[in-house]
Ligand binder design. Structure first.
Ligand code: ACK
Length: 750
């Protein structure tokens, strides 16, 4: 009001005069005025310009446009970038395509997707537009959501789907098509045949036959490495299988098992096992496909040498073939057949004798050897190494504390590296004992690799040095794609260092927070599967982690998650989450099972509880478990039967798995082996992930034996506790129809 008055008045302030002058004047370059009259010149909106005076609008910069209906005051925009992370889940002759929003929407909100279907032939790549009955649900063009179902495809046929992103200005840049493509085959066996040569016999393992193919996207995230330190893995297909073991041989069959490739670079969908008679020189061979890491080759000739190669397949394709392994079937005289009962008798009695001898040997050795002073007081172990006996076929974790001289343990399990082979590039974090750096390791006649280097800061005590190196003694005993790999240690010069493989995306909790809501459920389940597989390996080795949490999982550039943090003193000293309990121990309360908090009962089953918390952290993109509740309140609530509610949009199947991991009775929790197989089944059957916990009635055991409410309504811990006290129990988990791991496995298998 006062301003208006001043304008009308005869005496104008300098500011008012200036403004009036701006209105009266023609606009300067860089400014425009859409209508003449009493309006001020406006600055050109983003991505537009004027070079002349008196402009009534601003022209768009190169490669930027304005849609017809865009006002001149709107920023110029451009077509979106391509959709990302396309996933296809095939079910016989239909496929569900799922993708994520383009990284760049071009500065507009009106992004839509069009799906183009092409039928392709292998060999010289030829495609033609899909004809006939192929149907898209809801439709092929103008999709606002990031999913489409394509039905009525032909069986045994290759298709390429191009998913194009468009916005209101795409029509103005018709030459730039921004699309992501995915190629699928509606029948797995046929695709395999086309890759073999000469006489081919493809034998899908009937019980293991893969009915669905999931094509995970080539995962690539901008990493620290890509930002400048040159540490990019660059590999997308799995590395070669290097360890193959013969388990059993008979006249006509050989059973084999193998280790997962060292770098799976994604989820392994299956393995191709190719074998042939050595004397046939690969002119005729058989191919088997196996979902697991073992296979039995049947129908072989007695006393014959076979050559065999294995390669793993992920969504990125086949990895390199293993070298050729040679195996022989037993000669006729070794056959165990019903006609030769005498041989059977001899074989059985020899086996019994061997078992008895082994047991006897074990008892004698147990008497003489000191039991391991394990860090798990309830779990006694037979030590080996350090002059102790190794029992063949049993690989068990050895507690470095069982060594009188712990530095001996380091040298038994970790390779000593020359400091001159290590180049430190930059500091990436801080550990309990010193800095964590990224760098490179170049060993003689080996390729340079990227590494993480943990250093021991100057002025350490002997105990600190021992504790620091104990992590290497533990890590050095493990060899698994989901466990952080130790490259070696530097102990003979200063600074003392532990060198491990480099994980470009750092800790999982931070990584998830940084990429909030950016992954598909399948990607998250893929990560969780990796963690479960690493934990299965640790529990098989008899190692109890005690501090499994997203902050102790590292992620590489291929989204492979690896369990880390194996320091002996770690749980007591290192973890900022660890708090003192009434019994004096220091424990990361929110991640720890009640029996471990109450009476220090740390077992693989308590690790499973922690895994359930990691599952919750992953599905909530790094949310803090139990939010702002105090440790004391968490202990009390968990003890009273309260459990964390499902994270937003969490599939019901995964929430059920969490609840199973949080069973009060540790014997009722699933084993890591079961968790791996449950997650595998979910990955192979993505529709089982479609029902979210927030859209179903609550699971029966959300609050164990307490009453509760619909889980949709929990937004804060307060809501959850409040409703838990007041509202009546609702239906059981009707949408999914299971309430334990066994039934979960069954449901997802179906
Ligand atoms: O979340 P971050 O970046 O990942 O910060 C922590 C920090 O060091 C202290 O632990 C990072 N870090 C630890 N080990 C590795 C590794 N092997 N590769 C890459 N980063 C690592 C961790």
């Amino acid at each position: 009001m006062r301003c208006e008055y001043a304008w009308r008045g005869s005496v104008r302030s300098p500011a008012v005069k200036e403004r009036q002058a701006a209105i009266d004047q023609a606009c300067r370059p860089g400014f425009y005025k859409a209508s003449s009259g009493n309006v001020k010149c406006s600055k050109c909106p983003p991505h537009s310009y004027t070079h002349q005076e008196g402009a009534v609008h601003c022209a768009c910069e190169k490669n930027y446009f304005r849609a017809e209906e865009d006002p001149v005051s709107m920023a110029c925009s451009r077509p979106p970038s391509a959709p990302r992370n396309v996933i296809s889940a095939i079910n016989e002759t239909s496929v569900i395509l799922d993708w994520t929003w383009p990284a760049d929407s071009g500065g507009r909100k009106d992004v839509i997707f069009n799906v183009v279907c092409k039928r392709c032939w292998l060999g010289p790549r030829q495609c033609e537009p899909c004809r006939g009955a192929v149907r898209f649900l809801p439709r092929a063009t103008g999709l606002a959501n990031t999913t489409v179902t394509v039905v009525d495809l032909l069986a045994h046929t290759n298709y390429t789907f191009e998913i194009e992103a468009q916005n209101g200005v795409s029509a103005q840049a018709p030459t730039v098509r921004q699309y992501a493509a995915v190629t699928i085959t509606t029948n797995q066996a046929v695709q395999a045949v086309s890759e073999t040569k000469t006489r081919k016999i493809v034998t899908p393992l009937s019980t293991l036959a893969l009915r669905q193919i999931i094509q995970l996207p080539l995962l690539s995230y901008k990493t620290q490495a890509e930002q400048g330190d040159g540490c990019v893995n660059g590999q997308s297909t799995p590395s070669a299988v290097t360890v193959i073991r013969k388990d059993r041989t008979s006249r006509n069959s050989i059973s084999l098992s193998w280790m997962e490739p060292e770098r799976p670079n994604g989820i392994i969908l299956d393995y191709e096992v190719k074998y042939y008679e050595k004397q046939e020189q690969e002119t005729s061979y058989t191919i088997l496909r196996s979902k697991g890491t073992n296979v039995t080759l049947n129908g072989l000739k007695p006393d014959t040498t076979y050559l065999l190669q294995i390669r793993a397949r992920t969504a990125a394709g086949y990895g390199g073939s293993s070298r050729k392994f040679e195996f022989e079937t037993s000669p006729d005289s070794f056959s165990i057949s019903s006609e030769n009962s005498q041989v059977v008798l001899i074989a059985v009695s020899s086996a019994v004798a061997i078992i008895l001898l082994t047991v006897l040997l074990y008892i004698v050795i147990s008497r003489f050897c000191r039991y391991s002073k394990s860090k798990h007081p309830d779990e006694k172990r037979l030590p080996f190494g350090n002059g102790h006996l190794r029992l063949p076929g049993i690989k068990t974790y050895v507690d470095p504390h069982t060594y009188e001289d712990p530095s001996q343990a380091v040298h038994e399990f970790a390779k000593e590296l020359e400091a001159s082979c290590i180049a430190i590039d930059k500091v990436v974090g801080a550990g309990e004992f010193g800095e964590v750096c990224s760098g490179r390791l170049k060993l003689p006649s080996k390729k340079e690799i990227c590494v993480a280097i943990k250093t021991l800061k100057a002025g350490y005590t002997e105990k600190q040095r021992r504790d620091f190196l104990s992590e290497a003694s533990i890590m050095g005993q493990f060899d698994h794609p989901n466990i952080i790999r130790l490259e070696g240690v530097v102990t003979r010069s200063k600074p003392v260092m532990i060198v491990t493989e480099y994980m470009e995306n750092g800790s999982l909790d931070g990584f998830l927070r940084k990429h909030d809501a950016q992954f598909t459920v399948i990607q998250l389940v893929g990560m969780l599967r990796g963690i479960a597989s690493g934990m299965k390996y640790l529990s098989d080795m008899g190692y109890v982690h005690r501090d499994l949490a997203a902050r102790n999982i590292l992620v590489n550039s291929n989204l492979v998650c690896k369990v880390s943090d194996f320091g002996l003193s770690r749980v007591l000293e290192d973890d900022p989450e660890a708090a003192y309990t009434t019994r004096g121990g220091k424990i990361p309360i929110r991640w720890t099972a009640p029996e471990a908090i109450a009476y220090r009962k740390f077992t693989s089953a308590s690790d499973v509880w922690s895994y359930g918390i990691v599952l919750w952290e992953v599905m909530s993109y790094g949310e803090r478990p139990y939010w702002e509740m105090s440790n004391q309140d968490v202990i009390k609530a968990v003890d009273e039967g309260y459990r964390l509610p499902p994270p937003m949009e969490c599939p019901a199947t995964l929430y059920q798995l969490m609840l199973d991991c949080w069973q009060k009775d540790r014997n009722n929790r699933p084993k890591f082996e079961q968790i791996v197989s449950i997650l595998d089944k979910l990955i192979r059957n993505p529709s089982s992930l479609k029902i979210t916990a927030s859209t179903t009635s609550r699971p029966v055991n959300l609050l164990l034996d307490r009453t509760s409410t619909d889980i949709t309504s929990f937004h804060t811990m307060g809501d959850w506790l409040e409703s838990a006290r007041t509202l009546p129990c609702k239906d059981a988990f009707s949408g999914v129809g299971y309430s334990s791991c066994d039934t979960l496995a069954k449901t997802s298998a179906e």
